[in-house]
Design a protein around this ligand. Structure first.
Ligand code: GDP
Length: 300
């Protein structure tokens, strides 16, 4: 965790440091406030949250009078935390039903890190003493099932898969069935994320969801978004949210961008918390999203 924090800090520092430098200027004039806005927008914070934050900062700085670096840091920290929301429940639910395993569906556009995230999450759960079954319902991308199975073998989870190009819903169904038969604790279902037609996606994800729910409750639908895609990620998020009821967001590749503001923007867009973040390609590079640690890393 310490190592992850350090990495996050390295990649995110520029936003917070930039803001603090600007706020510390002797002459905090309109141009400077505009620069502060630009800094936030460049970091993908999004228009509405940027306006909200700048307004709050202006008011607080006005009341503050003398601006010591400590005051400014504390004030920025508070306002960023407010924007991130500290009262979201960010735990990934895996309770399941009375006699059924917890079921988590992982959705998102291909290439965002869906399969990798499913594998990493399996690892976290197995390390926690839970038995896991993986459902390779991404039958669209040829290598996805192999990739997931490799993860499964690595972490000690059975992978249920079907023929290439097969029906995702029937694989999801089989995976949950297998999970029940084995008495597994959790079933994680990797899905396909082709976005070219919304109705296609809607049909497919809707069907996966329905067949899963034939067995028992669906605990989570996690939307995987690539943090490096910026506003594009927001557009994707909107489409998925229309198609399926998203319960949490996983923001991947946060190690590859200084634009951590996307966390704020996407939560605001969906009204759903970021629960996990991906900080690298390795098996241990998935971390719970902790607003305090994130903001501390941001401000440095
Ligand atoms: P999928 O098509 O959505 O299932 O995407 P994959 O899981 O195959 O991931 C696509 C690429 O992104 C792979 O090369 C992964 O190793 C990489 N990747 C996934 N998550 C992360 C992350 O958090 N950080 C980095 N740097 N790379 C990631």
């Amino acid at each position: 965790l310490v190592r992850l924090r350090a990495r996050l800090a390295r990649s995110q520092n520029s936003l917070g440091k930039g803001l603090l430098t600007l706020l510390s200027r002797d002459n905090l004039d309109e141009d400077t406030w505009e620069e502060i806005e630009d800094t936030l927008l460049t970091a993908d914070v999004g228009v509405a949250p940027t306006q909200e934050l700048v307004e709050a900062l202006r008011e607080r700085v006005r009341v503050l009078g003398t601006r010591t670096p400590e005051d400014l840091r504390a004030l920025l920290r508070e306002e960023l935390l407010k924007l991130l929301g500290t009262d979201f429940d960010r735990t990934v639910k895996t309770e399941g039903g009375v006699d059924t395993p917890g079921v988590v569906m992982v959705v998102g556009v291909n290439g965002t890190g869906k399969t990798t995230t499913t594998g990493k999450l399996a690892r976290v759960l197995v390390a926690d003493g839970r038995s896991v079954v993986l459902g390779a319902a991404d039958t669209f991308r040829a290598a996805a099932a192999d990739q997931l199975q490799t993860w499964g073998e690595r972490v000690g989870a059975r992978t249920v898969r079907g023929p290439e190009g097969g029906d995702p819903a029937s694989i999801a169904f089989d995976a949950v069935k297998e999970g029940i038969a084995e008495g597994a604790d959790v079933v994680l279902i990797d899905t396909a994320g082709r976005l070219h037609t919304k109705t296609g996606l809607m049909d497919e994800l809707g069907k996966v969801k329905r067949v899963v729910e034939k067995h028992g409750p669906l605990d989570e639908v996690l939307l995987v978004l690539d943090a490096t895609t910026g506003q594009n990620g927001l557009v994707q998020a909107r489409v998925f949210a229309e198609v399926v009821n998203i319960t949490g967001i996983v923001l991947t590749k946060l190690d590859g961008t200084a634009k951590g503001g996307i966390v704020i923007a996407v939560q605001r867009e969906l009204g759903v918390p970021v629960k996990l973040v991906g900080l690298g390609e390795g098996a241990d590079d998935l971390a719970p999203f902790e607003p305090e640690a994130f903001v501390d890393a941001l401000i440095g």
